[in-house]
Design a protein around this ligand. Structure first.
Ligand code: ACO
Length: 381
């Protein structure tokens, strides 16, 4: 069925683009569920690998299913030498999200050709992308620092192995737990911009690697996943607790947006932001407080007093960077960490879409002219 509409909805705000059972948001109540389970419950009881399975299959795995899945992930991490050569050839000062977008697309070139609709082929790509994406992020980070990429450790789960391949240090349980929970909290978010981008590309029957690469591209921008890096830049530029009020006043005066606040769907504080704060509180109690967290809390108070009436509260990107900084992850790697998690969501959406795919091809409201003359170049003003 095709619907002719002459009413433009900027940014397609609130327009359904698919029927989906992957995740659910109540933006007024501040609720996010994956396959019907609240994210707070998953953050407390589950882990990223189990959550990725849940998102894909719509149910929690049995212990055999989970252990088989984990084994397959561990066997699918190694990057081919050609991938390392591609990452090595990239400019060292380039942004890691650009390296990741190109890297994810390139990974598909080393894999069997994907036939749209082939369940086995999709499952292969799902495992490969979940397993290899963190390795691409870690490998580029080391190569740009003049170090060689490290081999994955089959004893470690996704979060711990990523920290190992990134830093060269075996992470302790509490660091692994913080990252693992953050990955759970970022794993899906219904029809967000990057999921929509991945769905649009997959809708042309492109392969899952190309489609996830499109997702990475959309996640890069500061209005979406790129905000987490910008938040920390803002907090660092504020400097100390004593400077927060003046910084915020100047920002309000110039009418600019404050990164890490506001959301298209949530009109209350993002539930992921609450959960990340809870996680941070435990981490700071163990590893020591960080002054930038106090700056963030003060900024939250000022911004929500001023803009809360417009439904502007902290979103997922407001606190995540503070946690990642404590894990010694570089600022420009915050959005790639987001992408590692969201790969699980993108792929669950693509798999759902593959069952009944329809090419995305919206309409437009044309505002140009008609039947205009062609003026020869010598007669143009
Ligand atoms: N700071 C100050 N004002 C804001 C902010 C903000 N962070 N966000 C929205 N507003 C204001 C706008 O200026 C606008 O005001 P006006 O009506 O007086 O002109 C009003 O709120 C609506 O803003 P829009 O940008 O039109 O609303 P939209 O639904 O498109 O915004 C968005 C969602 C893009 C996330 C926005 O809140 C924003 O730019 N936030 C900052 C960037 C950010 O943190 N992005 C991460 C989002 S979470 C994620 O994608 C993972």
């Amino acid at each position: 069925m095709s619907v002719e509409s002459k009413q433009l909805v900027p940014g397609l705000a609130g327009i359904p683009a698919a029927e989906s059972s992957v995740s659910y948001i109540d933006g007024q109540a501040g609720i996010l569920e994956y396959r019907g389970i609240r994210i707070e419950v998953l953050a407390e009881h589950s882990n990223f690998e189990e959550t990725a399975w849940l998102l894909m299959y719509g149910k929690l795995p049995t212990s055999k299913e989970l252990s088989d899945f984990r084994q397959r992930l561990r066997r699918s991490r190694e990057l081919p030498k050609g991938m390392i050569d591609i990452l090595r050839a990239m400019p060292k000062n380039g942004h890691p999200m650009d390296a990741l977008q190109a890297g994810v697309a390139a990974l598909g070139m080393f894999e069997p050709r994907f036939e749209f609709g082939d369940e086995k082929g999709f499952e292969h790509a799902w495992i490969r992308l979940l397993a290899a994406t963190p390795c691409i992020v870690a490998a580029f980070d080391r190569l740009r620092a003049g170090k060689e990429p490290l081999a994955p450790d089959p004893e470690l789960d996704t979060a711990a192995n990523f920290l190992w391949q990134l830093t060269g240090k075996k992470p302790d349980d509490s660091a692994t737990h913080v990252l693992d929970c953050a990955l759970v909290l970022h794993a899906d978010h219904e029809m967000n911009a990057s999921t929509f981008a991945a769905r649009v590309v997959f809708g042309t029957e492109a392969d899952p690697y190309t489609s996830c690469s499109a997702g990475v591209g959309a996640l890069t921008g500061p209005l979406h996943g790129g905000a987490n890096e910008r938040v920390l830049e803002s907090l660092e530029s504020i400097g100390s607790l004593a400077d927060v009020d003046a910084w915020a006043a100047a920002r309000f005066a110039e009418g600019g947006k404050i990164m890490g606040f506001g959301h298209r769907v949530y009109k209350v504080k993002d539930p992921r932001s609450h959960a990340l704060q809870k996680l941070g509180a435990k981490m700071f109690a163990k590893l020591g407080n960080t002054p930038i967290y106090d700056v963030a809390l003060r900024l939250e108070k000022i911004v929500t007093e001023r803009l809360g009436g417009k439904g502007i509260y902290p979103n997922v990107d407001f606190f995540s960077g503070i946690l990642y900084q404590k894990l010694e992850i570089a600022k420009d790697q915050f959005t790639p960490v987001f992408a590692i998690a969201r790969t699980a969501g993108w792929l669950a959406h693509l798999h759902e879409q593959m069952q009944d795919n329809k090419l995305y091809r919206p309409g437009q409201i044309y505002t140009g002219g008609h039947e205009l003359p062609y003026t020869p170049i010598e007669k143009r003003g």
